[in-house]
Write a protein that binds this ligand. Structure first.
Ligand SMILES: [Zn+2]
Length: 232
């Protein structure tokens, strides 16, 4: 079974893994103007993974976790805040920090660096923003950069984890835009890229078309419509 990735608009993704797990990354569903109506109420969830504490990434995490009783992996301060919001306490089992890896049912979650900010909707300090490397049951690796600019240590992420696919923000304003994303692709050494964090609000002006013009032949910019599933 292949990996199926469904974009839910903004930076929200639903991932169906080769082992049959359903994973949500940054599940901003309600309030996300580009999340399809049919995706607002998840049918099931085995794991939620978060990059940082901003509301457009934490999104529906608390309701999903309490409804399905699934683990939530997030950077340690953010995970502690989520526990205070009602996510079941897991005794730090799913509270790594950068460089750490947590395995949940055959899916390994590694937190990487990201350059951004992080606080929760009520203004609480939420640690540092992160990127995520997911290593799936078949060994496939997906790198979700989270919200970030480009940074040179993306080359370390490439050396360490050799991601098969990179999910990169391209909207500009709050994150990198296409110009920086093109350099990120070079540093990461990836040839398959899924753009996100664009088109949600008028401020986010970067587009997949602009990115395509900046990358060499052989780099595939995979840009599903909201609600569309791509097989990786
Ligand atoms: Zn964001």
């Amino acid at each position: 079974m292949a990996t199926e990735l469904t974009w839910l608009g903004h930076s929200a993704f639903r991932l169906d893994t080769p082992g049959g797990k359903r994973v949500y990354v940054d599940p901003f569903l309600h309030g996300n103007p580009r999340c399809p109506e049919s995706e607002l109420e998840p049918e099931r969830c085995d794991l939620v993974v978060l990059t940082h504490g901003h509301g457009d990434h934490v999104g529906d995490t608390v309701s999903i976790a309490t409804r399905f009783g699934c683990p939530v992996v997030a950077q340690v301060e953010l995970r502690a805040w989520l526990t205070r919001q009602g996510v079941p306490d897991d005794g730090l089992a799913h509270s790594p920090n950068k460089g750490g890896t947590v395995s949940v049912g055959g899916v390994a979650v590694t937190l990487t660096d990201a350059n951004h900010s992080s606080s929760t909707a009520d203004g609480t300090y939420a640690g540092e923003p992160c990127g995520i490397v997911l290593t799936l049951e078949d060994g496939a690796r997906l790198y979700f950069a989270g919200d970030t600019n480009v940074f040179g240590d993306m080359s370390l992420i490439a050396r360490l984890y050799r991601p098969d696919v990179a999910v990169l923000p391209i909207g500009d304003h709050f994150t990198m835009g296409p110009q920086e994303a093109a350099l990120a692709i070079d540093l990461l050494g990836v040839i398959r890229v899924v753009p996100c964090h664009y088109g949600t609000f008028p401020l986010l002006t970067g587009t997949p078309e602009a990115l395509r013009e900046l990358v060499p032949d052989g780099v595939e910019i995979i840009a599903p419509a909201p609600g569309e599933t791509v097989t990786l």
